[in-house]
Design a protein around this ligand. Structure first.
Ligand code: DGL
Length: 275
């Protein structure tokens, strides 16, 4: 039994989509979330910068005595998971890419055409194609598309909106047609928020959600390390952001609100992390 917090973090609000899945799957767990809203997006920043930011967040998480660190961010997972596991060998570190690649390898036939939608940084590392091919070498048709305008629009709450639909079409119409895509991997934790738009615009294309697969991996790690929380524990989640904007609070409401149990989300202080 381990009733400490699971530490979950992202460059911004996207990681809340993983938090939502973790809350649904493991209702006894306490979550401490940090969104680096003052410095989002990470996806167009240099890997060195992302590594520096990740170490700062890791230190914050360690000082909060989390039992596990979950990088609910594909960009961080693609460039800086190793800096965390090297610095904190005693704390399990979970990322988004490995669990999602496993699901792609498991669910998709070798002949299928897979589209990886991600930030510029994640695409540049080629971590997704490499990880999928390692698990399934005959999976040949893997295509990547960086969609850098999605994150700022989502952070602004421009989701159920014609501007978002147009942006999706701008990035994906040709990409999907030319590469005959069957499955889209939402390889950025912000993108599940536009899954309804994608389903509506491209019905029939299968979506694989990295936020959900990360939550599944958290469950496996809880078992593996004997870290499950006590079943009688009450819900108590805490959210931090480096910039507490109205958007952040609105997004917590939008993504995590539980109509049946509004007390499930508990706010606490929201701090800035400085250099
Ligand atoms: N949500 C993040 C990801 O999964 C990063 C978005 C960004 O900061 O660019 O990649």
């Amino acid at each position: 039994m381990d009733n400490r917090f699971i530490g979950v973090f992202d460059s911004g609000i996207g990681g809340l989509t993983s938090v939502s899945c973790i809350m649904d799957m493991f209702p006894n767990e306490r979550i401490l979330f940090f969104g680096d809203t003052a410095r989002t997006p990470y996806g167009s920043k240099a890997p060195e910068t992302i590594r520096r930011f990740t170490l700062q967040i890791g230190e914050f998480m360690k000082n909060k005595n989390v039992k596990m660190m979950v990088a609910a961010c594909n960009t961080i997972s693609s460039v800086s998971l190793d800096v965390l596991s090297d610095k904190y060998p005693g704390i399990p570190v979970i990322g988004t890419i490995e669990p999602t690649a496993h699901v792609v390898a498991k669910k998709c036939d070798p002949g299928e055409h897979i589209g990886i939608l991600a930030t510029k940084t994640t695409v540049a590392t080629e971590m997704y194609p490499k990880s999928i091919k390692e698990l399934k070498p005959d999976m040949e048709n893997i295509y990547q598309k960086a969609c850098p305008a999605f994150v700022p629009l989502i952070e602004e709450g421009i989701i159920d909106n014609p501007i978002m639909d147009q942006t999706i079409r701008y990035y994906l119409d040709d990409f999907i047609r030319e590469n005959e895509i069957d499955t889209l991997v939402l390889a950025c934790t912000h993108y599940p928020l536009i899954a309804p738009n994608l389903k509506r615009i491209y019905p029939g294309i299968r979506l694989i959600n990295s936020s959900k697969e990360t939550a599944v991996a958290v469950g496996m790690a809880l078992e593996k390390y004997g870290m499950n929380a006590d079943e009688t524990q009450t819900h108590e989640n805490t959210f931090y952001a480096s910039d507490l904007s109205e958007n952040f609070v609105d997004m917590i409401d939008l993504i995590l609100k539980d109509e049946q149990d509004p007390g499930r989300i508990r706010f606490k202080n929201l701090d800035a992390i400085s250099d």
